[in-house]
Design a protein around this ligand. Structure first.
Ligand SMILES: Nc1ncnc2c1ncn2[C@@H]1O[C@H](COP(=O)(O)OP(=O)(O)OP(=O)(O)O)[C@@H](O)[C@H]1O
Length: 288
């Protein structure tokens, strides 16, 4: 399954939501798609899921353009914070409908998940709470086993135990049936352990696309005497500075060589890892 994004732009009227975005996704992994409100995440995902056409540039799935393309639509499951307030059907009816257009749908697994989330199978879905409706979206997404599965802030309203079930089931099922899973989320700290790769969108552009492990290794906090810290970071990509009296802490983003690490030790500087949450916060802040 190969998703190729090439110089993709999307405008709503005069507003540029995506600006010449290019990247590839070509492995069955879990991708964390991060970005502040309005960064362009849903805009991108709706093009990938055949809902919208780009203004310029392209997205292709195995070489095919998604828009109004039945082959691609069958391969891409897009789960979002759907409103079921008009839905008179119950869970069983909805799962039966889903089974009709999802060739890899696993009925038994869906029923297992319905039990896991403790959903009432007879109640009309419009009477479900927000969190229960979100659990239903999770069930549809996981049990469809689509080669490309997108969860766009699908956890809304789900309580902590339900979100925990979602994450555990996602990891277990991905292990058995690897596919491309894209998780668009604001719960960076809570969900980071799920990500194999991270894509950060900011103001319609991809500012980071890296494997989770290498991304985390690139973010480092340098702490120590102000002057020594300044000397050490002067040629580095600084993303945040904190001054506490004589002590300074500077977050940098970029590879540190063994030589850099040796110099830091000699200067009495402390090197601390930074979390994805911190990294995300500082690379996307205004003026970064
Ligand atoms: N239907 C629309 N009509 C006009 N502008 C839109 C529309 N949908 C999105 N936009 C604009 O496009 C930009 C990107 O929005 P998008 O929904 O893709 O961001 P997002 O990263 O998914 O945000 P959030 O995290 O808040 O869901 C925003 O400036 C938004 O106001």
């Amino acid at each position: 399954m190969k998703i190729a994004v090439n110089q993709l732009s999307l405008k709503y009227g005069n507003e540029l939501a995506l600006s010449e975005v290019s990247f590839d996704i070509d492995s069955p992994k879990i991708y964390g798609l991060l970005g502040k409100n309005g960064a362009g995440k849903t805009s991108f995902l709706s093009i990938l899921a055949s809902y919208r056409e780009p203004t310029s540039g392209s997205v292709t799935v195995n070489g095919e353009t998604p828009f109004e393309n039945a082959t691609v639509m069958q391969q891409v499951a897009f789960l979002y914070n759907k409103d079921y307030k008009e839905e008179t059907d119950n869970v069983l009816g909805i799962l039966q409908d889903t089974e009709r257009y999802r060739p890899h749908f696993d009925r038994e697994y869906a029923e297992y998940l319905v039990n896991r989330f403790n959903l009432d199978v007879k109640k009309p879905v419009k009477q479900f709470s927000k969190g229960m409706q979100s659990a239903l979206n999770v069930i549809i997404g996981l049990a469809s086993r689509a080669p490309i599965t997108i969860f766009d802030e699908v956890y809304l309203g789900m309580d902590v135990p339900s979100r925990d079930i979602f994450y555990k089931e996602l990891l277990e099922d991905q292990e058995k049936h690897p596919r491309v899973i894209i998780l668009s989320t604001h719960l960076v700290s809570e969900m980071e352990y799920l990500f194999d790769e991270v894509i950060i969108l900011d103001k319609g552009k991809v500012i980071i696309h890296e494997e989770f492990d290498s991304l985390i290794n690139k973010g480092v906090k340098i702490i120590g005497n102000g002057e020594a810290v300044d000397r050490f970071v002067q040629s580095k990509n600084q993303i945040h500075v904190e001054q506490l009296g004589q002590t300074k802490a500077v977050m940098i983003y970029g590879e540190l060589s063994d030589h850099d690490r040796m110099v830091a030790r000699e200067q009495g500087l402390e090197l601390e890892p930074i979390s994805l949450h911190e990294l995300f916060l500082h690379v996307t802040k205004e003026g970064a």
